[in-house]
Ligand binder design. Structure first.
Ligand SMILES: O=c1[nH]c(=O)c2[nH]c(=O)[nH]c2[nH]1
Length: 281
């Protein structure tokens, strides 16, 4: 019985890179984490210890910093495309380059309606991300976001589910709906205005979450995906991860008080884990 190498990839993960872009009257500050993964003809590296086709992961890391100087000037999607093409076009042994970029957002400070020129606040959990893959067939761009905390205080129900001998959950027509949203959407093209498209999709995600009369997280997930696909023909489909972050009404009856859906205990674990992809037929 023969043994051989199966699917494999190698690269550098979590290359953290910050950049000051100095304009005459203000600075921009960007902070990203880049991961590079290469697939290709690396069999003899594994089976014979032959490194002649191996571009070291240390070199990959250095390339990311060096190219950032000239080429990280706009979106992570555009920088990722440049990186993917750079690695792919110079290395015939590579069949697939995957670049994943996560951006940590810094918000410019503002005082009395005036934007500060060089001071920022951080702290939001929300991160924007992009995934670029390049093969001989061309490049593919997916955009997305992660760790986006969302909560609404009404317009969320959960009723008429299966009840068996282990069901104790009470039906509710008015609960808190909270999630930490992760979304990924592949685009049909690589020459988009990635900034405007991203902002439009993010706004639709928020607006649909806020406006939807939810019967479940599942229904809200689908409504968000459907609306994004209806409004953006350049989006192929969208995958959403929406954990159900439970806020459970606290029992005040034990103190002779009513809880009119006002006092809750947020529980971290266990949590509902709702995932889904909305696609075009
Ligand atoms: O929106 C929800 N979907 C579920 O599948 C579920 N299950 C549960 O216990 N609570 C909820 N809420």
């Amino acid at each position: 019985m023969g043994i051989k190498l199966g699917i494999n990839a190698y690269g550098k993960n979590a290359i953290n890179l910050s950049k000051i872009i100095r304009h005459a009257d203000h600075h921009e500050f960007r902070q990203i984490s880049v991961s590079v993964a290469l697939e290709g003809d690396f069999e003899t590296a594994h089976t014979l210890g032959d490194n002649s086709r191996i571009l070291p992961t240390d070199t990959q890391k250095n390339t990311v910093y060096a190219l950032a100087k000239e080429h990280f000037t706009s979106t992570i999607e555009d920088f990722g495309l440049h990186l993917a093409n750079f690695f792919f076009s110079r290395n015939p042994q590579i069949s697939k380059v995957k670049i994943e970029l996560v951006e940590h957002g810094w918000q410019r400070m503002s005082f009395d309606g005036t934007a500060h020129t060089h001071a920022f606040t951080g702290g939001s959990t929300e991160k924007r991300r992009a995934i670029i893959t390049q093969t001989a067939q061309g490049a593919q761009v997916s955009a997305g976001l992660q760790d986006l905390l969302l909560l609404k205080t009404t317009d969320s129900a959960f009723e008429k589910y299966i009840k068996d001998e282990y069901t104790v959950l009470k039906e509710t027509t008015d609960r808190i709906l909270a999630t930490k949203c992760e979304a990924t959407w592949p685009y049909t093209r690589t020459d988009l205005d990635f900034e405007a498209t991203y902002q439009k999709i993010r706004t639709t995600l928020l607006r649909t979450f806020a406006g939807h009369k939810s019967q479940s997280v599942q229904q809200t997930l689908y409504a968000i995906g459907e609306q994004i696909l209806l409004e953006n023909e350049t989006v192929k489909g969208i995958s959403l991860i929406m954990p159900n972050k439970h806020y459970i009404p606290f029992n005040l009856e034990q103190f002779g008080m009513d809880n009119n859906n006002e006092i809750f205990i947020a529980t971290d674990e266990p949590f509902g884990y709702i995932t889904g992809t909305v696609v075009r037929e």
